[in-house]
Design a protein around this ligand. Structure first.
Ligand SMILES: *Cc1c(COP(=O)(O)O)cnc(C)c1O
Length: 425
């Protein structure tokens, strides 16, 4: 097996930056990425033979741990019948029934192939339905990489210092109103400044893409009411939080009913999938019923949906959310104790299996407070953890993810490594 170093040398000659998604390149933490040969449960095995406890979980999908036998069996069973048909297939109906069952706000749903497609299509649908062009998004929220949404975006776009991408026409950017998160007055001002022009507000109800940030009490309720008052649609981007914070996502926990919801990640069980759904009257604006076009050669792919259905069925049977929350609490408690002992300021927002460690004395509630954290110190912390066999998101501005497979020895060992890494800073 070639080493990570030799693979990365070859990759850099052929693939821009050597990676197919920027954050994988380790630019913000320094050093070169490892290549993974295999993954099982809470563990990644690198091509160099190292075993790492993984807090990335393929950026969220692997809520049952990597390479779960039941998901593998579901894919194998579907594979017996073929890889893609280009016609309707039974898995699509089963998946739609599962999504609608757990998300009462979703009466109809359309499958696509990524979270990016889901948010891009939901925005187009909102514009078509309202016959308005402008949208509101929030600084630090990442909704995939389509043009309208890659403005003041979080995640890899932010990590690489370009929250606004080159290649987006100024005319497109003008249709996207970017506001600070957790600031109700900014929303009121934006509606006043753009009367009758705002098609929708899109947001991550809990932000996971600038690190993990939660809304202030009452904020989501305010956003809901402002949309209703001004005839704009409310889009919850639950690509990351859907089926992770609860089976019904953040909207179940916070008791908010959005008009449209975007899903992805967990609903694909580790294969490429996205979905968007919501009010039936809005969804019926989609082709072939309505005037808003949206399509996909591989949409509703049988292998991806078989994997996703198995993943959702396990969440239905196991209801692992209390367990995942306890695991998350164990990690942040260990980190906070180590930071206190060391006299190091640390913020550790956590709900369920998502959390972040921000090296800053200031509570993190929006993009500026996240950016005020010490990213350089995070890089040092990241490498100390990696040396100890624990793999964190390779950026100070990403959420960490847990799976049910972390329970037991993996979480105990990881907490020890994290605490001693903090001590070493
Ligand atoms: C990951 C993510 C996306 C994009 O999904 P892809 O499958 O990477 O295109 C969109 N929104 C949120 C909130 C995400 O976390």
């Amino acid at each position: 097996m070639p080493s990570s170093a030799s693979l990365f040398t070859r990759a850099q000659q052929l693939i821009p930056g050597g990676v197919n998604s920027p954050v994988r390149a380790f630019r913000s933490v320094g050093g070169a990425p490892f290549f993974t040969r295999s993954a099982r449960g809470a563990t990644l095995t690198t091509v160099d033979g190292r075993e790492l406890i993984d807090f990335v979980c393929t950026w969220g999908p692997a809520i049952h741990g990597h390479n779960h036998p039941r998901i593998r069996a579901a894919i194998a069973a579907a594979l017996e019948h073929g890889t893609s048909f280009g016609t309707p297939n039974p898995y699509e109906v089963e998946m739609a029934e599962l999504i609608v069952k757990f998300f009462p706000s979703i009466r109809k749903v359309r499958m696509c192939n990524s979270g990016t497609e889901a948010t891009m299509s939901a925005i187009r649908l909102a514009r078509g339905f309202t016959q308005r062009d402008k949208i509101i998004k929030f600084a630090g929220c990442y909704h995939g990489h389509s043009d309208s949404l890659l403005i003041k975006a979080g995640s890899g776009a932010l990590t690489h210092g370009h929250p606004d991408s080159a290649g987006i026409p100024a005319a497109f950017a003008r249709e996207t109103v970017v506001l600070p998160y957790n600031d109700p007055a900014a929303i009121a001002a934006a509606f006043a400044a753009n009367p009758g022009q705002i098609a929708c507000i899109i947001l991550e109800p809990y932000i996971g893409n600038i690190g993990f940030i939660k809304p202030d009490a009452g904020y989501l309720q305010y956003v809901r009411e402002a949309c209703t008052t001004h005839g704009a649609l409310l889009i919850f981007d639950e690509v990351m939080t859907g089926f992770r914070q609860a089976r019904g996502g953040v909207q179940e926990l916070e008791k908010i009913t959005p008009d449209l919801t975007c899903l992805g990640k967990i609903i694909g069980g580790g294969l490429p999938v996205g979905a968007f759904g919501g009010r039936a009257d809005v969804m019926d604006y989609l082709a072939p019923l309505g005037p808003v076009y949206q399509a996909g050669t591989l949409s509703g792919n049988p292998l991806a949906l078989a994997a996703g259905i198995a993943s959702l069925q396990m969440l239905e049977e196991l209801n692992p959310y209390a367990k995942l929350d306890a695991l998350g609490r164990q990690v942040v408690t260990a980190a906070l104790a180590a930071a206190t002992a060391k006299g190091l300021p640390l913020q550790a927002p956590q709900t369920g299996s998502m959390f972040s460690l921000f090296f800053t004395p200031t509570p993190v509630r929006d993009m500026p407070t996240a950016l005020a954290s010490d990213a350089k110190l995070f890089g040092k912390f990241f490498h100390a953890c990696l040396a100890g066999g624990v793999y964190l998101p390779p950026s100070a501005y990403e959420a960490w993810f847990l799976s049910t497979a972390h329970e037991g020895a993996a979480i105990d060992r990881a907490c020890e490594v994290i605490a001693s890494a903090i001590k070493s800073l």
